[in-house]
Design a protein around this ligand. Structure first.
Ligand SMILES: [Zn+2]
Length: 528
């Protein structure tokens, strides 16, 4: 019989991970969960586990067989004890842990800095460790291949599960050092599952997550240049595991989680570009935009809006935002361009160009005909930083209100045209199209750029809501329009004054300028 004491070196009394104590050290800090404890407490925790393991072995053995007799038994007798007494007990307990572990594994196991996850966990790492200690104590009873495979699977899975439970706890709390500890746990979990053949791709995924948390740790400790290599490795490993999961029915359930983690790795790579934005390749001295950006994103993710709740929580949503930020950095250092219109203003502001195609009836009686028009609207890509736009109370302020402009433009005039069948549009968006036409690929040097906080898909949603609102406010529009779906076609940056809320933020757009591009305090803090 294996003496459990040999594998029970010093263990953390909070998470059961191995502790490495230096000589004469009285307080030890756990490298896996970050808790500190007295050496004496860690010792007594191990003693308690030992007592429980021994009691379990006594109960599990057939009557009359002492825990120390098994080493004297011949292989056939050991096999019989294993099959009849031990395996059934382990199978039931393992079945429950395996189910819970796969449930955990079917969700993404990492988040970006400043964000937290709140996965519900059903087990405590100490409980899993006790189970693993039991398994190790009887492993010599498994003599045939089946029995040995069974033991090594439950060993590997319970070790990995214990470390992953640690990470769930760590990722629910936004502490700066959490990625350091998460790296340790992912690495240990990946090591434990390396030789496991039953769940291909699992070890790659866990190793990839270890590289990802290591990269995020380096990024957050302001060493973005060092973060690039582990993040790239993370991307490769997660890609590989995602493909492997897809080919195996037992792991197909893990596919979506790996996809999301891959998206988080891509976001982290873009963030690294952002953090090392200096053209010379040096680390930028000012780290605050990255922290501000992540905290704005984590704030808008908490929105209660039924429209935005789901899209904002999507990891791919963040990836697109960070992708555009990386594009701005490339345009700044000359390795790429962004579509920009320079004019008057303190910053370059991002706008989505959305085409709204529609048909309307014009002319009187026998001259009635359908006219097809494409209207273009500019929507502030930082609209999530405007609380009224986000909660749907007033979204006309964050876009070029071309249907509203029609009313200002003079109803009489357009009624006259309608009579003659010469009306070519029922909105007032011509100046907007003229401005869009000016956009050119460029390099924004010497001017700060505000990155978008939304995606093209978000812009389409805003456009649809805007059309609904316009039809409600002016039944003339609703009656005459036959609308097609709006299409977001481009992201352009126009020079303007984001701080002039309620005023003329984009002078080039004249009276059609949006009145808000979001709370200036929020968006000025993320300018690159
Ligand atoms: Zn610990």
């Amino acid at each position: 019989m294996n003496n459990p004491a040999s594998m029970l070196e010093l263990r953390c009394k909070f998470c059961s991970a191995p502790l490495s104590a230096k000589q004469f050290e009285e307080i030890i800090r756990c490298e896996y969960c970050g808790s500190s404890q007295k050496l004496i407490d860690a010792r007594s925790f191990v003693d308690q586990i030992l007592l429980q393991v021994n009691a379990w072995v006594r109960q599990s053995m057939p009557a009359g067989l002492g825990e120390n007799m098994t080493s004297m038994m011949d292989p056939v007798a050991r096999h019989m004890v294993f099959i009849n007494s031990i395996k059934p007990r382990l199978t039931t307990e393992y079945g429950e842990y395996k189910f819970n572990c796969f449930n955990l594994l079917s969700y993404p196991l990492i988040t970006l800095p400043f964000m937290v996850t709140n996965a519900g966990v059903k087990n405590d790492p100490k409980q899993i460790f006790l189970f693993q200690a039991k398994v190790q104590s009887i492993q010599q009873l498994a003599v045939d291949t089946d029995g040995k495979d069974f033991i090594s699977e439950i060993n590997a899975m319970s070790v990995a599960y214990g470390y992953l439970l640690n990470n769930i706890m760590l990722s629910s709390d936004n502490k700066p050092e959490r990625y350091h500890f998460m790296t340790q746990n992912f690495d240990a979990a990946s090591q434990a599952t390396k030789s496991l053949r039953r769940f291909p791709g699992l070890s790659d995924r866990l190793e990839g997550l270890g590289k990802l948390s290591n990269g995020l740790d380096l990024l957050m400790s302001q060493q973005p240049n060092k973060a690039t290599a582990p993040l790239q490795e993370a991307k490769n490993l997660l890609e590989k595991s995602e493909q492997t999961f897809n080919q195996n029915p037992e792991t197909a359930i893990l596919n979506m989680a790996a996809k999301i983690e891959l998206s988080i790795a891509n976001s982290a790579i873009f963030l690294t570009e952002y953090a090392s934005q200096d053209a010379s390749g040096k680390i930028s001295g000012d780290f605050s935009p990255i922290a501000n950006l992540l905290s704005i994103i984590s704030t808008i993710q908490k929105t209660q809006s039924s429209i935005w709740k789901t899209p904002f929580l999507d990891a791919m949503h963040n990836e697109k935002i960070f992708g555009n930020i990386a594009a701005i950095c490339r345009a700044k250092n000359g390795s790429g361009t962004i579509n920009a219109i320079f004019g008057n203003g303190s910053h370059l502001l991002p706008f989505w160009v959305v085409d709204i195609p529609y048909t309307f009836q014009t002319g009187a009686l026998w001259k009635t005909k359908g006219v097809e028009v494409v209207e273009s609207v500019l929507i502030s890509a930082t609209f999530p930083a405007d609380s009224n736009a986000l909660n749907g109370a007033e979204l006309r302020h964050v876009l070029t209100d071309v249907f509203g402009a029609r009313l200002i433009g003079g109803f009489m005039d357009s009624a006259m045209k309608r009579m003659s069948g010469k009306e070519t549009s029922i909105s007032g968006g011509d100046p907007v199209r003229q401005v869009i036409y000016l956009s050119r690929p460029g390099n924004p040097r010497g001017i700060k750029v505000i990155p978008p906080l939304s995606t093209m898909d978000d812009a389409v949603i805003i456009a649809k809501e805007y059309i609904k609102m316009a039809c409600r406010l002016d039944s003339g529009i609703g009656n005459k329009l036959r609308l097609s779906s709006p299409r977001a076609v481009d992201l352009i940056y126009i020079q303007g004054f984001p701080e002039q809320v309620g005023g003329n933020i984009v002078p080039l757009l004249g009276g059609l300028s949006p009145r808000s591009v979001g709370n200036p305090n929020a968006i000025l803090g993320i300018a690159i």
